[in-house]
Design a protein around this ligand. Sequence first.
Ligand SMILES: Cc1cc2nc3c(=O)[nH]c(=O)nc-3n(C[C@H](O)[C@H](O)[C@H](O)COP(=O)(O)OP(=O)(O)OC[C@H]3O[C@@H](n4cnc5c(N)ncnc54)[C@H](O)[C@@H]3O)c2cc1C
Length: 423
Amino acid sequence: MERARTLIIGAGISGLAFADWAEDDDYRIVEGEDEMGGYCRTVKRDGFVWDYSGHFFHFRHPEIEQYLVARMHGHRVLRIQRDSRIWYGDRFIDFPFQKNIHQLPPAEYEECIRGLLERPAEEGESFQEMLYARYGRGIAEKFLVPYNEKVYATDLGRLDAEAMGRFFPHASVEEILGGVDRGQIEGYNATFTYPEGGAIQYIEALAEGVRRDCIALGERVIEIDPLRKVARTTKRDIGYERLISSAPLPDLLAMCRVEYDRSALSHNKVLVFNLGFDRKGPTDVHWIYYPQRELCFYRVGFYDNIFGSDRMSLYVEIGLASETPLSERDHGAMKAQVLDDLRACGIVTGQTLIASHQVVLDPAYVHVTTASNEEAAAQKKRLAVHDIHSIGRYGSWTYCSIEDNIVEARALAESLYGSVVTC
Ligand SMILES: Cc1cc2nc3c(=O)[nH]c(=O)nc-3n(C[C@H](O)[C@H](O)[C@H](O)COP(=O)(O)OP(=O)(O)OC[C@H]3O[C@@H](n4cnc5c(N)ncnc54)[C@H](O)[C@@H]3O)c2cc1C
């Protein structure tokens, strides 16, 4: 039987970051897909550059960004000031909605202010209660509730108040009442970066520090015996001393034949259409949010306005319940629906579609609840006893960015090896 001191499941950001920072290079990375990257893969077609979904970057640790960019060998990384809007009725409202209600028609603005002043005194524990308690009925029902229901495809009353963590753009009552200047762009991603070659460039940068001969593509881990420390893949058995997994936590638990509370680890999936057209559409805007229940997508992004190119290049995101079946026929019907809806809201105005790509991200957004936090923490602890460490957005069952994945992988390498290969 083949042996490696460390077996890593997944060659996405998390698996590669761990290998890159590991002190010991006696490892194997087993990746189920035929290419590295996980959700940070990039598709290039007919001159269009698309990611698996809009992936834009905002690093809180400048040294991590510099470390990655230094490995891009002269490829440009664009730095962009965000222009994100909400399509509301017959107009655009700047994002975030709660700070820009002064842009609503006067009667709706007053309704939001009344709701804000009469909001419930108790915050409650759920995401939905938090929205009503902090922002009042008007803001909640005009944007925050319908939009997030479309994304998460679940009852927001189930989600934890902190389900989005630092990614939720909170606003104080003073900020809501004062509004913000048109030019003042706020939030965790007020400016963001994007490599000219797409998100895959971050993967390639991490992979530079990883032994290529240790990465096996197109091979899935299907079973793990935590007591014998043996993983069975679609091609062989691999004995290990330590296992690092970036597979979704429920999959890892199933591979280890560990019982878990399935209802606690629920999630949505996101169907993404990347669409390339023969000519330009709206200019300047980077992405638009759609709270309307009658429109199938919740967000549409414009790669062409990030690259400054002259043909409209979109990503369109549709949130679905994980159990929604999606046959090829359904994909075809959804694509037709997307194009109709893009026409209905004035994005497609006679342009011809010349290239397209679609992908399902499943899981995409995990449903962060009290039960999911407890179940994930308990199961991770249980696995760690057997030297199995579950990391990454889906391994840790959380809402996070690629930078968070890198930080987590680096911290794990540090704790396991005592020190890490430094930047
Ligand atoms: C809609 C959407 C938009 C996002 N936008 C952003 C953004 O703008 N900025 C940002 O920073 N982050 C964004 N993210 C988050 C980002 O995509 C993730 O944090 C990151 O890609 C997670 O990397 P990972 O390596 O942990 O997991 P993954 O990318 O899921 O990688 C896991 C890898 O493991 C492999 N694998 C799984 N099971 C097995 C198995 N049994 N055997 C072998 N291989 C296996 C998979 O094939 C995959 O390659 C977004 C996520 C979504 C869903």
